[in-house]
Write a protein that binds this ligand. Structure first.
Ligand SMILES: [Zn+2]
Length: 270
């Protein structure tokens, strides 16, 4: 059985976060590398993606992947308007052969059934959103730039504006990512968060500044109207747990990516 991270609060919404276990890639991508943006063999990555999606019961053909820009753009996929979805078929890396359905954004939201978002991570914060009353799901990739740009609240805004969601109905899962134990940051990041008035999310130890991306995202989400009890944080540090996850920081950039998948299952009668 493939190990998967799931959130109780997301209930029966189809979702999971992968670990690095159970795949076919060789070091330093061992073994379940889901990211194409490295030197791993594309055939292995495709096989690993299929393994992850199969464990979730998700049809590979229904998956759309994010092409990350480390910004705060949100791709919106309204049901019944599939012709307007911000999708393109593109090769996953320069000179690569594999073409995937991609959206160029760090977050995506939909009320459609039968579409699943996949994003990949190697320290940045995975955010998974669901409003079961409106059947809306969303996913976001919040690194320090996305967090500084308040990508979580931007997703909540898009869910309200596009689909009429009430923040009180929205539940959020915060996935494995680099924790306040390990995330030493430089002057540029310190300056950015200080300017945002988020100085309490920085801690100085042994002459270094550590940023708490978890606290920062939680605070932004509750400020955006999410109930504190509606946020579930896995509190797993990727840098501490390279036995389970890929960590760009802990592995000096030479590593793979684990991923999240979230979506609404297709209609049974569809
Ligand atoms: Zn840590």
């Amino acid at each position: 059985v493939l190990p998967l991270i799931r959130f109780d609060l997301l209930g029966d919404t189809t979702h999971a976060i992968s670990t690095r276990l159970g795949g076919v890639s060789r070091p330093p991508y061992d073994t379940l590398n889901l990211g194409y943006a490295n030197q791993d063999d594309e055939v292995n990555v495709a096989a690993n993606r299929a393994t992850f999606l199969q464990a979730l019961g998700v049809d590979t053909a229904l998956v759309v992947s994010g092409w990350l820009s480390h910004g705060t753009e949100i791709a919106v996929f309204p049901a019944g308007e599939a012709d307007r979805w911000p999708l393109s078929w593109e090769t996953m890396r320069p000179g690569g052969r594999r073409r995937e359905r991609l959206f160029r954004a760090d977050a995506a939201v939909t009320d459609a059934r039968g579409v699943y978002f996949m994003l990949t991570f190697g320290d940045c914060v995975p955010l998974l959103f669901a409003d079961r009353r409106h059947g809306v799901v969303a996913a976001a990739h919040a690194g320090w730039r996305g967090t500084a740009g308040s990508i979580g609240p931007a997703v909540v805004r898009a869910m309200r504006k596009q689909f009429g969601c009430d923040p009180a109905d929205i539940v959020v899962g915060i996935g494995p990512s680099i924790g306040p134990c390990c995330y030493a940051v430089g002057a540029q990041v310190v300056e950015t968060f200080r300017n945002r008035g988020a100085i309490h999310q920085l801690e100085c130890r042994d002459g270094l500044a550590y940023l708490d991306l978890w606290a920062s995202n939680e605070r932004q989400l509750t400020d955006a109207g999410i109930m504190p009890g509606s946020i579930e944080n896995a509190r797993l540090c990727t840098s501490c747990r390279t036995d389970l996850f890929f960590s760009h920081r802990a592995e000096n950039g030479s590593t793979g990516r684990f991923g999240l998948c979230i979506g609404n299952a297709p209609d049974d009668d569809g």
